[in-house]
Design a protein around this ligand. Structure first.
Ligand code: SF4
Length: 427
């Protein structure tokens, strides 16, 4: 039977063999603590305790902004004002803060100690602290640790470090039946849609991270996993160490990306092309129709990505192929060639891809290129807007449900809205 998936076949291999412009200079990007903002909303019985400084406390408060509820599930144990000679006291202080927290919040089932950059924290062995606290609070609470330090992580790598820290404690799968696991934080509404589509195809699926720490998915040699996010290199490696196999696929952004992502699962689980078509046709056509409206605004507009989230390449692919935007530069903090292979193949040959950052040089290029839109961090947005550029904050993209068919037009809308606003202002 001929393939029924209407993915545009291109004879060229796009940017598969691209040599990126590699820059190692000053970076303008959030640290991995930022991931706490979406992770704490996903794992509903977890608490994230940053072991850090007042700067760290300010960062997560500011990034969380209006999302702070009466009982937030993150906080900061501030240790930078301690006497460095008294490190033993720091451990005692940490134990005291944790005991107090867990007594006050019996709903917490999983506690993450999140490392940061102050030298006092770097000297602390947080894995030992987690082990000690684990013994003390077992079995009511599981204590894990990871680093969200700005020295080691950019903002989405915080999620990678968090998920990777959980992998060793996932239960071992004890069945031989193949099992699909979707890896990476998705908004609940997106997760429900993906689950529904896959189950209609007869594919049972688990999600990691789960919504409850008590519902950790099992992993083993029978596990095949799809990445829902492009920034999970360490997590993928940790799952592979537990015997799981990665299913290479484009990421589920836009109609094409979602179709290819679902297709990778369908192929691995022996779903017939007919059933695949039956399940995906309606939402796909609905999404294509909704995208056509957005295309009117975005067609032929040029876009420049500063490196922030590692989402840049899949986003660029979507904006170019489905909305007709012109790619000026696609910056990524890190280029994982293997996970990105299906995406690179879909970018137009010759796209300028940069890896890492030297922010001054990149700003010079951006200003010279004068794109219609710039995707960048909060710190760059204001100065660029002052120069007359239209910007999109990269961080909004990780907070917004944007994967899957139903969200494709909303995702396009995130890019068309600022352009429309700018046009109105200029009118
Ligand atoms: Fe804290 Fe370092 Fe992040 Fe600053 S960069 S908020 S010091 S972890």
């Amino acid at each position: 039977m001929s393939p029924v998936i209407p993915i545009r076949a291109e004879t060229a291999t796009g940017c598969t063999d691209v040599v990126p412009l590699v820059e190692r200079g000053q970076r303008e990007v959030f640290c991995g603590l930022t991931g706490i903002i979406w992770l704490h909303r996903k794992i509903q019985d977890a608490f994230f305790l940053v072991v850090g400084s007042r700067t760290c406390a300010h960062l997560i408060q500011a990034a969380a902004g209006v999302m702070i509820f009466a009982e937030p599930r993150f906080g900061t144990a501030i240790i930078d004002e301690r006497d460095l000679a008294g490190l033993a006291d720091v451990h005692e202080e940490l134990d005291r803060v944790v005991n107090q927290l867990l007594t006050r919040r019996p709903d917490i089932r999983m506690l993450f100690l999140v490392g940061s950059c102050p030298s006092e924290v770097i000297k602390l062995d947080l894995s030992r602290a987690a082990e000690r606290l684990n013994q003390h609070h077992h079995p009511a609470v599981r204590v894990l640790n990871y680093s969200g330090s700005g020295i080691e992580t950019t903002f989405t790598q915080g999620e990678d470090a968090c998920l990777a820290s959980m992998v060793p404690s996932l239960p071992k799968s004890n069945t031989a039946a193949k099992q699909l696991m979707v890896v990476g934080t998705l908004a609940d509404v997106v997760e429900d849609q993906m689950k529904h589509l896959l189950e209609q195809m007869g594919v049972n699926v688990t999600f990691f991270p789960p919504r409850k720490s008590q519902e950790m998915p099992a992993v083993g040699a029978n596990t095949q996993f799809l990445l829902a996010q492009p920034f999970l290199a360490d997590t993928a490696r940790a799952l592979q160490d537990r015997g799981a196999q990665h299913l290479p696929a484009a990421f589920p952004l836009g109609v094409e990306g979602t179709t290819a992502w679902l297709q990778a699962a369908a192929t691995a689980f022996g779903v017939s092309p007919l059933l695949f078509e039956k399940v995906t046709a309606t939402p796909r056509q609905r999404a294509e129709k909704a995208l056509a409206v957005q295309r009117q605004m975005l067609q032929d507009k040029s876009i420049f990505f500063f490196p922030d989230s590692q989402l840049e390449i899949p986003l660029a692919r979507f904006l170019h192929r489905e909305l007709g935007m012109r790619l000026i530069e696609v910056g990524t903090p890190y280029l994982h060639r293997q996970h990105m292979a299906p995406e690179l193949a879909w970018l137009p040959a010759g796209t300028r891809i940069s890896e890492g950052q030297d922010v001054d040089l990149q700003l010079d290029r951006c200003i010279q290129d004068a794109p219609d839109m710039v995707v960048c961090g909060l710190g760059l947005a204001n100065p660029l807007e002052a120069q007359g550029m239209t910007t999109k904050w990269a961080i909004e993209l990780v907070f917004t449900p944007m994967q899957g068919y139903e969200q494709a037009a909303d995702l396009a809308g995130l890019f068309s809205r600022p352009l429309r606003r700018r046009e109105k202002l200029a009118a």
